[in-house]
Design a protein around this ligand. Structure first.
Ligand code: DC
Length: 234
C-alpha cells in the first residue's frame, strides 16, 4: 500500500486553498479538513449566544459547549460543517461571519482549542488541510507544504462571484474591504500569524485553471511519496 502523507495548504483569504485541498484529497483518497470552517463555526456560536470572546471566563466556558464535525455531502462532494450536530455550512460563509472571524481566530485560547483537534485529525496521515498556520503550527512536520498565492483583484472577483452564486447580497467594495482587512489581521496577529513556512512550495494560481493547479499539486504529492518510499527502502 502506498505511503500516506500530510499535505498542508496555507495562504491568504480566498486564494483557492479550499478548492485545491478538497480536490487533491478527492484524487488521493485522503480526508480533507477546512480549518477555516472551524474558526467560522466558533465565531457563529459566539455571535448567536451573545458571547464576547474578550471576556475570558465566558469564552472558556463557551468552548466547552462547542463540538465541530464534518459530514460528507455526496451530492456536492463537499464535507459540510456541523456545529453541535447542526448543519451550518452555508451560515458560516456569510459576511456576518467573515466580518467577525479574524479577531476571534486571533485569540490564543480559541486557537489552542482548535489546533489540538486538527492535530488529532492528522494522526493517521492521509489528510489535506487548508488554513493559515497549517504548515507552521498545526503540522510543522507535514511532508508537503503548499503556500498558495493569487493576485488580489482575481481573489476579490472569485469571492464576489462565489457569494453571488449563493444568492448572498454583497457588493464588490464589501468583498475587497473584507479581504484586505482579514489579510492584514491574519498576517499581523501575535498568535500564529500567516506566513510562508521555510520549506513550503509557493504556488501562484493567478493564471492557472483549477485543473492546472490540481495537476501541479498532485505531482508534488507523488514526487514526495516516491522520495519518501525510496528513503524507507535504503
Ligand atoms: O479560510 P477562511 O477564510 O475560511 O478562514 C476564516 C478565518 O479563520 C480567516 O480570516 C483566518 C482564520 N483562520 C486561521 O486563523 N487559521 C486557520 N488555520 C484557518 C483560518
Amino acid at each position: 500500500m502506498e505511503l500516506k502523507i500530510i499535505v498542508a495548504v496555507d495562504g491568504h483569504a480566498s486564494c483557492g486553498k479550499s478548492t485545491l485541498a478538497r480536490q487533491l484529497a478527492k484524487r488521493l483518497g485522503y480526508t480533507y479538513i477546512d480549518s477555516g470552517a472551524m474558526y467560522r463555526a466558533v465565531t457563529l456560536y459566539l455571535l448567536d449566544n451573545h458571547i464576547d470572546f474578550r471576556d475570558k471566563p465566558q469564552l472558556l466556558d463557551a468552548l466547552k459547549h462547542i463540538t465541530i464535525t464534518f459530514r460528507y455531502n455526496p451530492d456536492t462532494g463537499i464535507p459540510e460543517t456541523m456545529l453541535n450536530g447542526k448543519a451550518v455550512e452555508e451560515e458560516i460563509r456569510s459576511m456576518r461571519i467573515s466580518n467577525e472571524v479574524s479577531p476571534v481566530s486571533a485569540d490564543k485560547d480559541v486557537r489552542a482549542f482548535l489546533v489540538s483537534q486538527q492535530q488529532e485529525m492528522g494522526k493517521k496521515k492521509g489528510i489535506t488541510m487548508d488554513g493559515r498556520d497549517i504548515g507552521t503550527v498545526v503540522f510543522p512536520h507535514a511532508e508537503l507544504k503548499i503556500f498558495l498565492t493569487s493576485d488580489e483583484h482575481v481573489r476579490a472577483q472569485r469571492r464576489f462571484e462565489e457569494l453571488q452564486a449563493k444568492g448572498m447580497s454583497v457588493t464588490m467594495e464589501e468583498v475587497v474591504h473584507n479581504l484586505e482587512s482579514r489579510d492584514y489581521e491574519d498576517s499581523h496577529r501575535v498568535a500564529s500569524p500567516l506566513y510562508k513556512a521555510g520549506d513550503a512550495v509557493e504556488l501562484d494560481n493567478t493564471h492557472l485553471t483549477e485543473d492546472q493547479q490540481l495537476e501541479f499539486a498532485y505531482n508534488l504529492v507523488k514526487e514526495k511519496i516516491s522520495e519518501l518510499e525510496k528513503s524507507v527502502k535504503i
